[in-house]
Design a protein around this ligand. Structure first.
Ligand code: NA7
Length: 282
């Protein structure tokens, strides 16, 4: 089975690396070709073009920024729809709107190409450890075919229903993530205003019923006032925007969405989403 991987950003690199480490042969392609270097050092082949990779792969993973990026890969003149052979199984692991997943699935099906939406919960740490939570929409048989590979990327890979079900679940879990991180930031600033220092407050949160691995995992970053992207704030702003487009009443998420959007406008998009704290500090 020939495996192709497209998208070598913060998430794509460690994920593709895990497939290589598991012994799978992999060919990769990224818009910015230099980013493939750590993977070629690990034994990956690089494709000369997106079209070549799409043509040669039996299973083709995409892990890129957003709806526009995924559509560009599929619909471009030398893209996946134009180049992949009939029966190719494509697995889009990017976080995009459920409408985009369903649209691309239907374009793929018209072309005789198979399509799974399989976005992940978990940032760079779980991507490196292979402990992501993978949410899959599409045909059950296609899911079962992809599952041995997905199991190398995540601790769980769940089939949730037809195309769009994976991306729907992803927007739901990130709605909770966005609200939680905004809530932690507000809590710390509230406590600070009342004279409780951040170190003490983080300790209290960690020991309390609302202490979670997420919050404990952000503590060092918060205390150092240093926010390298485990999950970039720009992606959280995107996910809450996509959630709001679903037309469901989510008052807290809408408020958090405005907050992340303003932080993005203030130039914090490339930092970790926890940098929402910097934004709220003003
Ligand atoms: P990053 O680190 O921002 O990486 C984004 C990747 O997407 C990177 O490989 C980009 O290529 C690629 N990209 C972006 N736009 C395009 C277009 N138009 N065409 C082709 N490739 C593109 O994101 P993460 O790895 O953190 O996240 C990936 C997804 O997981 C995202 O949906 C998150 O919400 C969750 P580049 O290297 O810039 O050439």
């Amino acid at each position: 089975m020939k495996i192709g991987w497209i998208g070598l950003g913060n998430m794509g690199i460690p994920m593709a690396s895990n497939l290589l480490a598991a012994g799978y042969a992999l060919s990769v392609w990224n818009r910015t070709a230099e980013k493939a270097a750590p993977l070629t050092a690990q034994g990956a082949k690089t494709a000369n073009s997106l079209a070549q990779l799409a043509k040669e792969s039996d299973i083709l993973f995409t892990m890129v920024s957003d709806d526009e990026a995924v559509k560009a890969l599929y619909e471009g003149p030398d893209g996946i729809l134009a180049s992949a052979g009939k029966g190719t199984l494509t697995v889009d692991m990017s976080t995009v709107s459920p409408d985009t997943s369903r649209y691309l699935a239907s374009r793929c099906h018209e072309a005789g190409i198979r399509f799974l939406d399989a976005p992940v919960s978990g940032s760079v740490g779980p991507a490196k450890e292979g402990t992501l939570v993978i949410m899959v929409g599409g045909e059950k048989a296609d899911y079962e075919e992809a599952k041995p590979l997905l199991d190398k990327l995540g601790k769980v890979a769940l089939h949730l229903g037809p195309n769009g079900a994976g991306t729907s679940a992803k927007l739901a879990i990130n709605l909770l993530l966005g609200i939680t991180v905004q809530g932690v930031a507000e809590t710390l600033l509230f406590a600070r205003s009342l004279g409780i220092n951040t170190d003490q407050m983080l300790n209290i949160i960690s020991e309390s019923a609302v202490g979670t691995p997420l919050i404990r995992g952000k503590a060092a970053s918060i205390l150092a006032d240093d926010f390298p992207a485990a999950f970039a704030l720009k992606h959280m702003a995107k996910d809450l925007r996509l959630a709001s487009e679903a037309g469901v009443s989510t008052p807290l998420a809408e408020s958090a969405s405005a907050s992340y959007r303003h932080a993005l406008e203030n130039g914090l998009g490339e930092l970790d989403l926890m940098a929402i704290l910097k934004h709220l500090e003003g």
